[in-house]
Design a protein around this ligand. Structure first.
Ligand code: NCD
Length: 347
């Protein structure tokens, strides 16, 4: 794996499968009474959030804490950024704090790339969403969720048909998903009004359509996207009613999906706009499960970027506890098979 995770395109098929398989191991930690591994003890993870976030921020925080890293949460509101401090000076401050990883969300597309290549910091940079550009860990947690439902652990998503619907133009989730799903062999179709498709979309590795009803019966997963009003400076569709009539998912449309198909949403949802409450609350909707899977996936990403060449749980076991503190993973560390043990089992 590369040292930074800026784009879903940074991941080869093998890298992506390594993250997803490691995330499966991490998910088992979530089932324990003590949800903690000592793997990143003594490492510092900074969550640098220049833009609002609920799920992504708390998910990265939970992930770093479950790996026993020291976590510093930095939000631009209430910091010296609101006094005009630049990204460079903020980065130099983080470097002085000894950050090993910086998780950055920024309203400007390209900010994480700048941080990673500027030489201002030595830390690994993880893009947690930059403008309308990319959100690679969301794509990973979405792939993790799809794999569990559609193809099975250990597999890729070859031949699975994924439909992504709505505000593609402003969605970093859509772009990262298209790239990663293509790497994993899935067939992606984007469905949106022409005004909400980005210029150059015909070069993306996917199909593009305008008629949701035409693709539902052929979809294994349908991902509904939020209409991002905060990024809209013009009228992109006539009325909300018109939008939801043509591009919203309601009970009637959900009934057309194949029986095994899932409905996904990265959150936050606009209930009544792109998705009805009936669909959002139905057992086929994986929105809440995606949040839980986000923690396991981000644990895997942080672990692999911060030097995990061995299986995470083997490293955890090898580490000696300090005398003054109990082992963080003393809740049955041995019942979780390592990568090596699982390979052995499957022979
Ligand atoms: C998305 C984001 O911020 O890009 N949400 C998320 O990370 N869970 C999508 C959105 O804001 O609609």
């Amino acid at each position: 794996m590369k040292r930074h995770l800026i784009s879903a395109a940074d991941l080869t098929r093998d890298d992506a499968l390594l993250v997803l398989d490691t995330a499966e191991e991490m998910a088992r930690v979530a089932d324990r009474p003590i949800k903690k591994l000592p793997t990143l003890r003594g490492r510092t993870v900074v969550n640098l959030f220049f833009e609002d976030s609920t799920r992504t921020r708390i998910s990265f925080e939970a992930a770093a804490k479950r790996l026993s890293a020291d976590v510093i949460n930095f939000s631009a509101k209430g910091s010296s950024v609101s006094k005009g401090e630049s990204l460079k000076d903020t980065a130099l401050t983080l470097e002085a704090m000894g950050a090993d990883a910086v998780v950055v969300r920024h309203h400007a597309s390209g900010a994480p790339q700048r941080l990673a290549t500027s030489g201002w910091i030595n830390a690994s940079v993880v893009n947690a969403g930059d403008g309308t550009h990319e959100h690679p860990t969301q794509a990973l947690l979405d792939a993790f969720t799809m794999r569990r439902h559609l193809s099975g652990v250990g597999r890729d998503l070859a031949g699975r048909r994924v439909t992504i619907v709505g505000d593609i133009l402003h969605s970093r989730v859509a772009r990262s998903n298209v790239l990663l799903l293509n790497t994993l062999g899935a067939e992606v179709t984007l469905v949106a009004p022409p005004t909400l498709l980005p210029i150059g979309v015909e070069q993306w590795p996917c199909q593009v359509g305008y008629d949701l009803d035409a693709v539902l019966a052929k979809s294994d997963a349908v991902m509904m996207l939020r209409v991002q009003r905060e990024r809209m400076n013009a009228a992109f569709f006539p009325t909300e009613r018109e939008y939801s009539r043509r591009y919203g998912l309601d009970g009637g449309r959900m009934a057309v999906l194949p029986e095994h198909a899932i409905v996904m949403h990265p959150g936050p949802m606009n209930r009544g706009m792109e998705i009805t409450a009936e669909v959002a609350d139905s057992p086929r909707c994986t929105a809440v499960e995606q949040v839980a899977n986000g923690v396991s996936t981000r644990m895997a990403v942080l672990y692999l970027l911060l030097g995990g060449s061995e299986p995470a749980l083997a490293t955890a076991r090898a580490e000696e506890p300090r005398p003054e503190e109990p082992r963080a993973d003393d809740a049955r560390p041995d019942d979780v098979p390592t990568e090596a043990a699982r390979t052995e089992e499957s022979k």
